[in-house]
Design a protein around this ligand. Structure first.
Ligand SMILES: NC(=O)c1ccc[n+]([C@@H]2O[C@H](COP(=O)([O-])OP(=O)(O)OC[C@H]3O[C@@H](n4cnc5c(N)ncnc54)[C@H](OP(=O)(O)O)[C@@H]3O)[C@@H](O)[C@H]2O)c1
Length: 226
């Protein structure tokens, strides 16, 4: 499948690398490809600069947000929560219309330091804001409740015996995403319902951040025992 991964951070790199290794045709979207490739310092988490990652992943394309989205059949939003609407606007509404848009972003607001607060909550969510702004995109919220390295490699933790939650208005789009997740080993996939259910998965982040702080380890996830 032709997939655009919008985002050059840890999530964008991790998802693009894994999807590309499984023979999907992947292009990463960024605001300014030249500037992104010119980055030569590790990010604030100590990860190597994007150019180093890109050299190690020659099969992954790099394009503008609109260039990557135009040729994609499926799009992943892996941009920072505060920049997601802006990034998707730059990707171009016409390039999103009718396509499955997997939204892994979280509306984390670090403006008052750590721990972050949520820029939207309770009666709305970033996923709903995206769906409202792009009514013909088929938004599916998924994977935002775990660290990047688990997203397409659930077996790295508890032999994959943990849970991924999906939200979205379009049943076919959710079936596409569920099929993709299954192909990477997910078996406990809970469809929470329409896109308003993303409020719950986004509001889980303050707890995730506190568990990360307490345990000192991001390799944690929800396991729903029933
Ligand atoms: N890190 C994780 O393990 C993890 C886990 C679950 C969910 N998430 C969520 O996934 C998303 C990506 O996280 P991340 O850690 O990989 O990277 P990030 O640092 O949160 O985001 C980096 C990306 O956001 C884009 N961006 C930032 N501000 C923008 C703006 N104003 N307009 C347009 N684009 C903008 C950057 O674009 P350029 O490429 O153009 O610089 C870059 O591609 C976030 O929403 C995060 O909350 C992260």
């Amino acid at each position: 499948m032709k997939i655009a991964v919008l985002g050059t951070g840890t999530v964008g790199q991790t998802l693009a690398g894994k999807l590309s290794a499984s023979r999907h045709e992947v292009t990463i979207g960024t605001r300014d490809p030249k500037a992104t490739l010119a980055r030569n310092k590790p990010d604030n988490m100590g990860n190597p600069p994007f150019s180093v990652w890109k050299e190690q992943h020659p099969a992954v394309g790099l394009d503008t947000l609109s260039g990557a989205s135009a040729k994609a059949e499926l799009i992943v939003n892996a941009t920072s929560g505060g920049g997601s609407i802006e990034a998707l606007t730059e990707a171009g509404e016409q390039n999103l219309n009718g396509k499955v848009l997997i939204d892994v972003s979280n509306p984390l607001d670090f403006s008052r330091g750590f721990p972050p607060s949520l820029s939207v909550s309770n009666t709305d969510s970033l996923a709903e804001q995206i769906q409202r702004r792009f009514p013909q995109a088929r938004v599916v919220k998924a994977l935002n409740t775990m660290t990047a390295s688990l997203m397409l490699e659930p077996d790295k933790l508890a032999a994959g015996q943990h849970t991924v939650l999906v939200s979205g208005n379009d049943a076919d789009a959710k079936a596409t995403v569920t099929g993709l997740l299954k192909s990477y080993g997910w078996s406990d996939i809970i469809d929470l319902g329409d896109i308003t259910t993303a409020r719950g998965t986004e509001m889980y982040l303050p707890l995730w951040v506190r568990m990360f702080g307490a345990l000192g380890n991001p390799m944690i996830n929800i396991k729903v025992v029933r």
